[in-house]
Structure formats: structure tokens, C-alpha cells
Design a protein around this ligand. Sequence first.
Ligand code: PGA
Length: 255
Amino acid sequence: MNKTLRRPVIAGNWKMNKTPAQTKALIEELKPLVEGADCEVVLCVPYIDLQAALDAAQGSNIKIGAENCHWAESGAFTGEVSALMLKDMGVPYVIIGHSERRQYFGETDISVRERTRAALDAGLKVILCVGELKEERLDDITAEVVRMQTKLALKDVTEAELENIIIAYEPVWAIGTGLTATPQQANEVNALIRSLIEELYGKNAAEKIVIQYGGSMNEVNAQELLACPDIDGGLIGGASLVAEKFAAVVAAASQ
Ligand code: PGA
């Protein structure tokens, strides 16, 4: 499959970090460092920081995303934010199904599917996260787990809608641990996801879909990971909080 058909996407996932004032400062620092990058640059930030991020990024090549959204358009869901609200404020991207949401906030493959549906209906671009736990890798069921998560999330997604989906393969044991998957391990699972997309949607869709790797990707290992044939970008946690580190990952994707 021809990698050059896909434009890499480097997305930061700030998680629960940065105040609105810190958001403005970090984006101002980042803007000149990623200007002219030959890849898509996205920053997914806490809800409370979205407006500051949109304002700071205006007129630059940095796109803004949220870190989750609810499946309903509105209603009695105290503390939640809908996809429609994000769309209305001008946010183009949203992360769905991050492993921390699955681990700490009870998200299931079904709620991930429903949130994905709502995000697509609202016209957002989704960064859909999948990945196995350490025990699942040790039990040699990585392929089964990742196939199941991906298939369930995409169950009602059409081929046309798939254009608004990016898949992020994030082995849970590699997130925030400093334990990066080797380029071989990461590429093997990304290739497996691509073959599932081919099975479900055909070769054209499989060739076009952007599949990122995430899990301790940083300024040191990004180049090697991004050189793999099935790794089309990264979802970056820790390293996205430091302008020079994130910019170095963006530069690695731009080569
Ligand atoms: P990390 O996080 O880069 O800090 O491992 C990645 C993620 O959770 O998306």
C-alpha cells in the first residue's frame, strides 16, 4: 500500500494539563516552531482550554481538538459536553475511546461507538483510540482485542464517513510509561488494523485511512516509528506539553 497517499497527522493529547493562560502561552511558543510543517498538526486540549486554544491558533496551521464528547446532542448528563457544542464553537477534532477513558471512566466499546457516531453526525473529525492491555499482549490476544475494538467502533460507519476517522493504535502498556512499542511491534498492529479496514471497506479506503501510533512517542523515537510503512502519524501525550519536543515530532513527520 502506498504511504504517500496519506498525509501524516501529529496530534497532541494534553490530557488534564494546562490552564487557559498556559494554553495560550504554549501555543504561542509552538506556532513558529511548527509553521510550514508538511503534516497535519492537531492539539487536543481540555474542554476549559478550547476557546483559548482556538484563539491562540487562529491563522496558524495548528488545528484544535477536544479529548472526548458525549453521545447525546443534549440532555440530563451533568458534567458532559456534546459533539454539537464542540462543532458550534469551531472545534474540528475530537479524541474518542482513549484508554484512560476506558480504564478510569468506564467507557466500553459500545459507548465508544455511540460517541463516534455522535461526533461524525456533528461533522467532527474523530481520532479513534484502540489498543491492548499489557496482560492481553502477554496472553497473545493483541490482534483479537484491537480487531474487536476497531470493528465495534466502526460498526455503523460508512465508507464516506471513514474519511473523517483517524485511528490511533495505542498499546496501553506504552502510554505514559516510557515503554515505547518497538517500530516492528507498532507497525505490525497498524498493518493489522489496515487489513481490517480493507476487509470492511475495500482497498481504496485502507490505502487512505490515517493510522497513528501513540504511547511514549517523543522527539527521540518519532523518526524511526514514523518511517514504518503503516504508521501515518502519532498521538503524543507527555511530549506534547513541551513545545520543542512536540515540534521535533512534527519535524520528523514532515520529512
Ligand atoms: P504518552 O501518551 O505519549 O504520554 O505515552 C499518549 C496518549 O495517551 O495518547
